[in-house]
Design a protein around this ligand. Structure first.
Ligand code: ADP
Ligand code: MG
Length: 254
């Protein structure tokens, strides 16, 4: 078996007495689209924060591409190829759509002092940033809004902008925290198609999402959390039929 792209082992995060993430172990293979589901408060966002280095873990290890990344700072982890979006929108409303999205590319490619001193080097970087940004904007139908303040966008477009920004970092692993939240049915269907296309293009995705029809339809595999613990893992059909998952989360009408 080939080495997984992401390996989370015995990962724990405690807030005072609360075990928000409680010894969770799972792997994501290269090219997989894996769903991470569970009731509110299950620990999904906290798990993302630990993987991305936004908060320190209490215990356990995270390996990316065979390399231990737990304990590295978030900018370093992003440069290694893990991009993420947040459950709550984090956009800069007063700057342009282009600049919002290029923030991701800059994080990856960097703006160096050397680049500002040696114009040729600086220009190369600027071109690389612009290229990655334009590609991401195009993918999410945001190109025509590139020069507008991001605050002008409709809610659904703002959600897309966040994913475009993460993509402009040219990641190998994309962590998405509830990208369909607040989207209408048409927008959700569009998003599902785009995520599937990204996955078919070789991107590995870990998707936190409450929209079960979407999760069941597009995910290769699903990991289920409840009260910080992993209670199930498997292909969508197996998760749908799992008694513990139904009791904790899905209910009887799914
Ligand atoms: P989910 O994303 O699955 O809804 P979260 O990861 O946001 O769940 O939260 C898991 C648990 O950890 C919840 O009980 C939440 O209240 C708690 N929690 C999350 N962040 C913090 C924090 N910074 N301080 C204290 N408790 C937190
Ligand atoms: Mg959450």
């Amino acid at each position: 078996m080939s080495e997984p792209l992401l390996r989370v082992e015995g990962l724990a995060k405690h807030f005072q007495g609360l075990r928000a993430v409680d010894e969770v172990t799972f792997e994501v293979q290269r090219g997989e689209l894996v769903g991470l589901i569970g009731p509110n408060g299950a620990g999904k966002s906290t798990l993302f924060n630990c993987i991305a280095g936004a908060i320190p873990r209490t215990a356990g290890s995270v390996a990316f591409n065979g390399r231990r990344i737990a304990g590295l700072d978030p900018a370093r982890i992003a440069r290694l190829g893990i991009a993420r979006t947040y459950q709550n929108l984090r956009i800069f409303p007063d700057i342009t759509v282009f600049d919002n999205v290029s923030a991701g590319a800059i994080g990856r490619i960097g703006i160096s002092l050397l680049g500002t001193l040696i114009p040729q080097l600086g220009r190369k970087r600027d071109e690389a940033i612009a290229e990655a940004t334009l590609a991401a904007l195009q993918r999410f139908d945001l190109l025509e809004y590139a020069d507008q303040p991001a605050g002008n966008l409709a809610y659904g477009q703002k959600k897309h902008l966040e994913i475009a920004r993460a993509l402009s970092l040219q990641p190998t692993l994309l962590l998405l925290d509830e990208p369909a939240a607040g989207l209408n049915d048409t927008e959700t269907a569009e998003l599902a198609t785009r995520l599937r296309a990204l996955r078919d293009g070789g991107l590995t995705i870990l998707l936190v999402e409450h929209d079960m029809p979407m999760v069941m339809r597009i995910c290769d595999r699903i990991v289920v959390l409840d009260s910080g613990r992993k209670i199930a893992e498997g292909v969508p059909a197996a998760i749908r039929a799992d008694a513990a998952v139904r009791a904790a989360y899905l209910g009887d009408d799914t």
